[in-house]
Design a binder for this molecule. Structure first.
Ligand code: SAM
Ligand code: SF4
Length: 338
């Protein structure tokens, strides 16, 4: 077990960025004694990133609810009674107002999400393209998560100046159909491939706590780490249990497993930004500190203590800035890697 890690860090002070990991290697890493795993991940983190920086992001749900997909975790699927109704696309002034307030609170990246199965050409997409231009004009990295895309739509987002596109694989290829039946893993990979053909960076990660096995978590990381290049951004979500969804009563993920997932992602994809995303609201400052040490270098924060919708809680700007201050961390500026 330790041979794999020594090759990774000790025997090689500048570990190569690899795309040929095996599941056995991932298991050996994930199962290391916890603090040893954190120590190794922290060492790699320092080689690739400024360990004093954490990127603070803001998610704006520009089109909430009424989604035809059946993702078992999601408050926005029209198949479940979650109390989230279908709302129209937010207007320009509302989005720009939220983005300006976010920037004033240290946010350098705004993610605009839509509860769509896929992008459809037409007025709504044109309005999203305008929003991409205007929010980018505020000096913020803009990420969009709008569902599946075709090549032309990816190209139009690129032309609008989009910085990143989020499209999560959520779990392993094997477990995917237990969570979602209305689309396939291959559909997600196809959209990721269309983004990769443009200059838009890729944001792709998953969720832990959906009843998956350790091998499913590692299967997700193996898929991500096999992509060439790696996704520039890897969100690790902890399931936010939404009443009314099939996963509402799933047991909580033990804290050490959250840290193991982050540290393993950091070791496999050393140059990527690892984002501690949904589900962070349940973690104490001390628990989050261990996640930062293990290589997480981004969080989502919000003015109104909600993340995606009111069903997914988020810590607030003020509390997060105070936490970063206590830990001696500072918000990372936009476009750092450009
Ligand atoms: N419709 C778009 C799509 O599916 O790509 C955008 C959906 S949503 C904003 C993007 C991601 O949020 C999902 O892929 C999922 O990983 C995450 N997410 C949604 N609900 C969640 C929950 N209850 N707990 C944790 N993560 C969640
Ligand atoms: Fe729809 Fe996206 Fe929610 Fe799935 S995750 S139900 S595609 S909004």
């Amino acid at each position: 077990m330790s041979t794999v890690i020594s090759e990774l860090v000790d025997a090689n002070p500048s570990p190569a960025v690899r795309h040929d990991w095996t599941l056995a290697e991932l298991r050996a890493i994930y199962e290391l004694p916890l603090l040893e795993l954190v120590r190794r991940a922290a060492a790699v983190h320092r080689q690739f990133h400024d360990p004093a920086e954490v990127q603070v992001c803001k998610l704006i749900s520009v089109k909430t609810g009424g989604c035809p997909e059946d993702c078992s975790y999601c408050a926005q699927s029209s198949r479940y009674q979650t109390g989230i109704d279908s709302e129209p696309l937010l207007d320009r002034e509302t989005v720009l107002g939220i983005a300006r307030q976010a920037k004033a609170n240290g946010i350098s990246r705004v993610c605009m999400g839509a509860a769509w199965r896929e992008v459809k050409d037409g007025a709504s997409f044109e309005r999203v393209l305008e929003l991409v231009k205007e929010v980018t004009g505020l000096g913020l990295e803009v990420c969009c998560t709008l569902g599946m895309l075709n090549a032309d739509q990816a190209r139009r987002l690129e032309e609008a100046g989009l910085y990143a596109y989020n499209h999560n694989l959520d779990t392993s290829p094997e477990y995917y159909e237990t969570i979602i039946t209305t689309r396939a893993y291959a559909d997600r990979l196809r959209t990721l491939g269309e983004i990769r053909k443009t200059r838009v960076t890729v944001c792709c990660g998953g969720i832990i706590g959906m009843g998956e096995s350790t091998d499913d978590r590692l299967g997700l990381l193996l898929t991500l780490a096999s992509l060439q290049p790696h996704p520039e951004s890897v969100p690790i979500n902890i399931l936010a249990k939404v009443p009314g969804t099939p996963l509402a009563t799933t047991p909580d993920v033990p804290f050490d497993e959250i840290v193991r997932m982050i540290a393993t992602a950091r070791l496999l994809m050393p140059g990527s930004v690892v984002r501690l995303s949904a589900g962070r609201a349940r973690l104490s400052v001390a628990e989050q500190a261990l996640c930062f040490l293990a290589g997480a270098n981004s969080i989502f924060s919000s003015e109104n203590e909600t993340m995606l919708t009111k069903a997914v809680p988020s810590p607030a700007y003020e509390a997060d800035l105070a936490m970063l201050g206590v830990l001696g961390l500072r918000p990372r500026p936009a476009f750092k890697s450009v």
